[in-house]
Design a protein around this ligand. Structure first.
Ligand code: FAD
Ligand code: NAP
Length: 448
């Protein structure tokens, strides 16, 4: 019987796995039977905006926490597919930073060009995965949400591509119970217009805090106070912004900080990150990880060391996104096709230990960028993924980091060159701070 592979999730990582198999099939390889289960009604993962928060129309947890007016926070040149350029998709060069809808349109164009949509079963949620050592098969319990019908299927290999930025990490603080304003996690932010004129407290010191803080600035909040646990972000913030150590308590609207200072706040947004959360996996299969560049337990960042027929894509903290998922997917595919042999468990763990030791010595952002580029290069060297100038994209990321340090309000106004086409991106006619229409149509029209 033909080998069967299940892919869970049709976001950028699941799409990468489908593209990898389809590329092999088109090149003449015999590929397994593949089924991709996606619980949402469309492909694209987090890039699918929804107004919903909490539970969706089927009672499932809403996956995406992307909000209106979100623009990509990295240059598009650092996630561009080598065989599907932005210039080819849009028919002309576009600026380096684009709103969410533009990125989703590009991703969908890539799906169409790859001819992979037929593998995907939309509105199918995977509720259970277990492994039987006797049969060497995984059993998946899946519910077809639209038809309210469940099915049980068996597979030889499973690829978990469900992302790790959708189950919010929600700490509590003394005084939250009696705070008279809104308290929400960044996952539930849909736009920040409601906070215009308000004093907003953002707990957290990473990319959500920074971007939602900048959204607050763009859309008229009166002030933004960041409260960090480990270290301040340290950007040159606009007037009305400040960074404080971790909130100790709220008394009424008054926020108290360890340095003895207080601030009156109208709303609290917890930008406290996400949990790696896989409620559908049995205990033995479940990855335990946190948001870091090299999570443990995964050989080459993808293969479960305890169950080497179980693959995880995109579980890393991410400078690189779409192309890193591709690199992982091509490598995972080649293991599943028998083109790459796995070492024994000790060999896998030694490889992980070497990468982890290197990761733990990293302190500076440029070194972290190089680390992730090297990780990708290690994977790419073993596969037939289309060649592209990975080193050039790492340099672009380093320039991006400099632009952010120089001025966090204008870094998106810069232009970068494509490592795929060589074209220097045009600049958007408006500075990001003034570009308020985030629709695909407005973005495309602005380039005309
Ligand atoms: P996801 O995009 O999360 O996709 C996972 C898919 O799995 C979803 O479609 C989900 O519905 C499905 N799924 C989950 N559970 C099940 C189940 N049980 N059964 C069936 N299907 C299931 N990256 C960038 O490059 N640039 C950005 O500007 C950027 N902005 C971001 C903004 C926010 C707010 C967040 C949270 C992340 C952002 N990212 C950005 C990073 C983002 O993680 C990646 O771009 C990318 O979406 C990750 O792809 P993925 O496929 O691994 O996961
Ligand atoms: P993150 O990078 O994992 O950061 C989580 C932050 O929460 C860290 O600063 C962490 O502090 C803090 N934290 C965790 N638990 C805490 C606690 N109990 N008390 C106080 N602070 C706590 O998560 P994220 O910032 O949500 O970013 C997730 C992803 O979304 C990233 O890939 C990012 O690029 C993406 N994103 C993109 C955009 C965009 O513009 N396109 C916008 C938003 C987010 P420590 O440092 O102490 O651990």
């Amino acid at each position: 019987m033909k080998k069967r592979v299940a892919i869970i999730g049709a976001g950028p990582s699941g799409i990468a796995q489908l593209k990898a198999f389809e590329a092999a099939r088109r090149a003449g390889a015999e590929i397994p039977e593949i089924v991709c289960y996606e619980k949402q009604g469309d492909y694209g993962g987090l890039w699918n905006y929804t107004w919903r928060t909490g539970l969706d129309e089927h009672g499932e947890a809403v996956h995406s926490g992307m909000y209106r007016y979100l623009w990509s926070n990295g240059p598009k040149e650092c996630l561009e597919f080598p065989d599907y350029s932005f210039e080819a998709h849009f028919g002309r060069p576009i600026p380096s930073y684009a709103p969410r809808a533009v990125l989703l349109d590009y991703l969908k164009g890539c799906i169409a060009a790859s001819g992979i949509a037929g593998y995907i079963r939309l509105r199918h949620v995977v509720r259970g995965v277990s492994y039987d050592h006797a049969t060497a098969k995984f059993t998946l319990h899946v519910t077809h949400l639209a038809e309210d019908r469940s099915e049980v299927e068996q597979f030889d290999d499973v690829v978990v591509a469900t992302g790790h930025y959708s189950t919010p990490n929600v700490p509590g603080f003394p005084g939250f119970d009696s705070f008279p304003g809104r308290i929400l996690h960044s996952h539930d932010v849909r736009d920040v217009v409601e906070f215009a004129g308000q004093n907003v407290l953002l707990v957290g010191g990473s990319l959500s805090a920074e971007d939602i803080g900048m959204q607050c600035f763009k859309y008229g909040a009166a002030s933004v106070t960041f409260s960090y646990r480990t270290r301040p972000m340290g950007f040159k913030w606009p007037e009305g912004f400040e960074e404080k150590p971790l909130l100790t308590e709220l008394s009424g609207r008054t926020a108290h900080f360890p340095d003895g200072t207080t601030r009156e706040v109208d709303a609290v947004i917890l930008c406290t990150g996400y949990l790696h959360h896989f409620p559908f996996l049995s205990d033995a299969l479940r990855l335990r990880a946190r948001n870091r560049l090299y999570p443990g337990g995964l050989y080459k960042g993808i293969v479960s060391t305890s169950h080497p027929k179980l693959f995880y894509l995109g579980m890393q903290d991410q400078f690189y996104t779409f192309t890193m998922f591709d690199a992982q997917a091509w490598y995972a595919r080649d293991i599943m096709l028998g083109r790459i042999a796995l070492p024994d468990r000790a060999g896998m763990e030694a490889d992980i230990a070497a990468w982890t030791a290197r990761e733990e010595a990293l302190t500076e952002v440029p070194d972290m960028i190089d680390f992730q580029a090297d990780y990708m290069g290690d994977l790419l060297a073993a596969t037939d993924y289309p060649v592209f100038d990975l080193a050039a994209t790492a340099e672009t990321f380093k320039v991006w980091a400099q632009h952010r340090d120089a001025d966090i309000t204008t870094y998106r106004d810069h232009a970068h060159a494509s490592a795929v086409t060589g074209t220097m991106a045009p600049r958007h006619p408006l500075p990001w701070l003034d570009a308020r229409d985030d629709t695909l149509e407005a973005f495309v029209a602005a380039q005309a």
